[in-house]
Each structure stands twice: as structure tokens, then as C-alpha cells.
Design a protein around this ligand. Structure first.
Ligand code: G3H
Length: 534
């Protein structure tokens, strides 16, 4: 293994458009933060005036104190106002207008956000644009999904002599925390359905991928009534923890690591009040059957293991290859990994890019060394080559359960391969795993695939046939078993996850029917109405 850089990919010009954000959004006001701030650096190195290379300063954000976090919580509670607030009682069509206004305003910031995505989290240009565009589409799709849901509720049911008008209502105040790998998309996949359903929210951006939220502060401010969306910056222990300790949070919406989710839940004094919408870690396996089409399989395994350098919860994190084809698979796969293009996020065609977390290359190296010490080899020539911000993807074989990489969600560029003789071997590993998000199954013989799909679909929540694991298209349900998720996200399912069924019921008699008729003809209730949204 070389200790030199794979290739010098840094540049001498720094980040020109530094973002020094001193604003935060609370109670409909863009307030100025006068306290401490934290500098935000990119792990993409540039040279300073003395010619010394180091992390690039991108800007700064408020390092907010607990008092400001509690101010945001109060604003969200006030906007919900025990369900009597303007927002939770607003007509659906008016809430949807606010969302469309926001989406229109957001579109104007596409270039700024994409540039920050590339610098802050080193996501390549194509994927950064994709993340932005996918998020805007998600907002419009959510609006359409809610209209559909609302149309289905624009009616009375009658059962056993009782009229019922059933809708989905908001849950209350949501604390929303997203991950660094999709700092825009995955955060908005929580925030947008949460607020569209009439909840109010406090949102704290992730540590990496925080500046890219700042161009959108004004759009949030101009699009929603006071207190509906509150955006604060700073450390989790000063912001999220004290908010949870108050017991006033109704929904913890978090995409990230289960250790954070568990720690935050533990702080909440009213466990049964707290609803959870969580997207957590996974160890998705690829299972390669003896008759798999190897060209297709290798292509999908490259994208599955190494898109965004493997920093995706849906990434393929271990490959099980049948012993009859493992040598050929390994030879061709290792060659394909070494042929991947590596560069800065904005370089045309760069597939692999620097790692945004400063300690990640060392962590990946530790996984490689641990596996080597326990009998694995690095199969590809460039595997493990190290620079200050990258460890070239290492294909490790044979991996076994004594190795750390077998157990840990590596969330980075290292690919453990195991061979198997009997299909029960990978199935046993999956059954014993703490995770259960997705699997990729590669093969052709339907007599083998058929029964396997039946078993796999009971171990995970998505079986990808001859295809890499992924979350999208966003209309499909995204969830997981065991420690991988709580609740389901998708354009439609997220609306359910952030709401509860609630209804008005009345015994069928002339007295009640006259009241219900009058209510429907009047504008006195936004809940009891049969308005049909086009
Ligand atoms: O980090 C987990 C993401 O939800 C993965 O989404 O499959 O679209 O990359 P993706």
C-alpha cells in the first residue's frame, strides 16, 4: 500500500464566495446572531498565501446556545398553539400555496446550493445537481400527493348509524435533523411532509453540509407564517439535546446514526408522546448467484458500493459471491474499481471524490489493516492508497466475521467480499444482522430466484433484482427492518408518517344532521368541509 497521494487533486485557488451566516430563523424573524460563530471548512485542500496546503475556509455559522434553541422551540409551539394555530387549522389549499411559493423561491438558489454541496460535502457535480433537482421535484410531488389524500377525505362515511368525517391531522412540533451525505434532500424529505401536514418544525442542519441551507433562509422566511419553520445552527448537545429534554417534541425526525437517535429519545421524558420517523444505518448485501451476468453485476456493484464513495445508507456494504465464480468476479471487479475516475467534485466525469469528514481516510485505513491482519488481501492495485482526504477504494477478500469491516457500516470506500457455497450462508448473516434495509440479488434462474425473493423480502424491505440498492424513485417506500429505520418515507408514505387519523363523528339523527349540513355550507370549520382540491 502506498502512503502517497493517489493523484494531486487540490487546487491553489480558495473558495471565493465565502458565506458568513449570522442569521437564524425563529418565529418568522430572521434574527442576527451576536454570539460565537464556528468556521466551516472543506476537506478539499487549497494553498494559503504562504503556499501551505490545508482545509479550505468556506465561511462561518452561528454556534448557538441552548437559550436560542429553546426560543425556537417556543416559536414552534406557539405556531402550533395546541392545534389552534393558524398553520394547523389552515385550509389545505392555503398551506399548499405556501409550499409552492417556497419551491419557486428555492429554485432561484440552485447554483449557489450546488456549489456549496460540492465544496462542503465533496459530492460530484452531476450528483449535486441531481440532489437539488430531486428535492424540488419532491416538494411538487408532495403537494400533488397531499391533494390526492385530501380529495379522498372530502367526504362523510356512515357506519352503524354514525357519520364520520375522517382526515389525517398533524402531530405537533417536529425536531428535524438530517445527514451530511444528503444535507438538502434527506432533510427536506423530512421537513416538507412534516410541515405540509400542519406540524410546525425546528430544523438544525447537519455538521457537514450546513452552509448550503443558508441561501434558503430568506425563502423559508418569506413563504411560511411565523414559527412554522424555525432554523437554528450549532452543536447537537447545545441545541437538540435540551429541546428533547423539555418533553415538548411530538416527532423526532432524524436521518443519521441510531446512536444519535437513541441518545435523543432517551432524553425525552414522555416516551409514548414521542413519535419517530428515523432513517438509520444499514449493511445492505449484494448476493451474486452462480449464473449472474457478470458484466451487468459488476456495473451495478460498482455503482452500489461506490456511488458518492460508498457514503450512502443504501450502499452495498458487503458482497457475497458464489464460490464457483468468485475468482473471476474478484479479478474483473478489482480491475473495474481501479479504472474509476477520481477528481474534484466539479471535474467533468469525476466519479470518486474527496471524503468530507477529516477522520474518514484514517478510519477506512484502520478497517483495511484490521482485515489484512486477519487474513484478507487488498485485491486491487490502488486499493487503500492514501492522500490527506482520500483512501482509494479497497476490494477486500476473503472477509470473515472476525473483521471489523464485516460488522461495521463502513460508510466509505472499502468493499468487503465473502464467498459462499450454500445460499443459507448469506441468508443466515442477514437474519443475524441488526440491519434490514435492502438487498441486491444477481442471477437469472427463476427457480432459484423465486424462493429466494420470498425469503429476502421478509429480511429486508426492498429486494433489488440485478440492480444496485437505492432509495429512489422517491415515490417508492423507503424503510427498513430492525435497526435500519422507524416509519416509512416516500412522497406518499411520509404524509402518513407525519400525521395521525382523526375524525369527527356524530350519531345519525335529525338534530346532528342539521348541524353537519350547516357546517358544510358554512366556512366555520376547515376540517368539516367537502371542498375538492383540483
Ligand atoms: O443515505 C441514504 C440515502 O437515502 C440513499 O439514497 O439511494 O438515493 O442514494 P440514494
Amino acid at each position: 500500500m502506498s502512503s502517497t497521494a493517489v493523484v494531486s487533486i487540490d487546487q491553489t485557488e480558495g473558495f471565493k464566495n465565502k458565506v458568513h451566516c449570522t442569521e437564524y430563523l425563529v418565529n418568522g424573524e430572521l434574527k442576527t446572531w451576536k454570539g460565537n460563530t464556528s468556521e466551516v471548512y472543506s476537506n478539499i485542500y487549497t494553498e494559503n498565501s504562504k503556499g501551505e496546503a490545508g482545509p479550505t475556509l468556506l465561511g462561518s455559522i452561528p454556534d448557538m446556545e441552548t437559550e436560542a434553541a429553546l426560543e425556537a422551540l417556543n416559536a414552534a409551539e406557539k405556531a402550533f398553539n395546541r392545534g389552534q394555530g393558524v398553520w394547523p387549522t389552515m385550509k389545505v389549499k392555503d398551506r399548499l400555496k405556501c409550499l409552492s411559493t417556497f419551491a419557486e423561491k428555492m429554485k432561484a438558489h440552485r447554483e449557489e446550493v450546488v456549489e456549496l454541496l460540492m465544496w462542503e460535502i465533496a459530492k460530484n457535480k452531476a450528483d449535486s445537481y441531481k440532489e437539488f433537482d430531486r428535492t424540488v421535484d419532491y416538494i411538487y410531488d408532495t403537494i400533488e400527493a397531499y391533494k390526492k389524500l385530501d380529495r379522498k377525505s372530502a367526504k362523510f362515511d356512515k357506519q352503524s348509524g354514525i357519520h364520520a368525517h375522517i382526515r389525517r391531522g398533524p402531530l405537533g412540533v417536529v425536531l428535524c435533523l438530517g445527514p451530511y451525505n444528503y444535507p438538502l434532500n434527506e432533510t427536506f424529505c423530512l421537513l416538507i411532509p412534516a410541515i405540509i401536514m400542519g406540524n410546525t418544525a425546528i430544523f438544525k442542519p447537519a455538521k457537514h453540509g450546513v452552509l448550503l441551507i443558508t441561501p434558503l433562509l430568506k425563502a423559508f422566511h418569506e413563504s411560511f407564517p411565523p414559527g412554522v419553520v424555525n432554523i437554528v445552527f450549532g452543536r447537537g448537545r447545545k441545541i437538540a439535546s435540551p429541546i428533547m429534554e423539555t418533553g415538548q417534541i411530538d416527532v423526532l425526525a432524524l436521518i443519521g446514526h441510531s446512536s444519535s437517535a437513541v441518545a435523543l429519545q432517551d432524553l425525552h421524558p414522555n416516551k409514548n408522546r414521542l413519535r419517530l420517523v428515523l432513517g438509520l444505518e444499514a449493511k445492505n448485501p449484494g448476493i451474486i448467484l452462480p449464473d449472474a451476468d457478470l458484466d451487468l453485476t459488476i456495473k451495478e456493484c460498482i455503482s452500489g458500493t461506490l456511488s458518492y464513495n460508498g457514503q450512502r445508507c443504501t450502499a452495498l456494504k458487503m458482497l457475497f459471491v458464489h464460490e464457483s465464480i468468485v475468482d473471476e468476479f474478484n479479478r474483473r471487479f478489482a480491475k473495474a474499481v481501479d479504472a474509476l475516475s477520481y477528481g474534484l467534485p466539479w471535474d467533468e466525469g469525476a466519479f470518486l471524490t474527496p471524503l468530507p469528514e477529516p477522520n474518514k481516510p484514517a478510519y477506512i485505513q484502520d478497517l483495511i489493516k484490521d482485515a489484512q491482519a486477519k487474513g484478507a488481501k487488498v485485491l486491487n492495485k490502488k486499493g487503500g492508497q492514501l492522500s490527506h482526504n482520500y483512501s482509494y477504494p479497497a476490494v477486500l477478500y476473503p472477509v470473515n466475521n472476525a473483521m471489523d469491516v464485516y460488522h461495521e457500516e463502513q460508510f466509505g470506500p472499502v468493499i468487503p467480499i465473502l464467498s459462499y457455497k450454500d445460499i443459507n450462508e448469506p441468508l443466515d448473516v442477514m437474519a443475524a444482522s441488526e440491519y434490514g434495509q435492502q438487498v441486491s440479488l444477481f442471477g437469472r434462474d427463476i427457480r432459484k430466484i423465486g424462493p429466494l425473493v420470498d425469503v429476502l423480502s421478509n429480511l429486508v424491505c426492498r429486494v433489488n433484482l440485478n440492480s444496485a440498492c437505492q432509495r429512489g424513485p422517491d415515490v417508492y417506500p423507503f424503510t427498513g427492518r430492525k435497526n435500519s429505520a422507524v416509519s416509512t418515507l416516500s412522497v406518499f408514505d411520509a404524509l402518513r408518517s407525519f400525521s395521525i387519523r382523526t375524525f369527527v363523528a356524530a350519531k345519525d339523527n335529525p338534530y346532528n344532521n342539521e348541524i353537519l349540513d350547516a357546517l358544510m355550507d358554512s366556512k366555520d370549520s376547515n376540517f368539516v368541509n367537502t371542498e375538492y382540491l383540483l
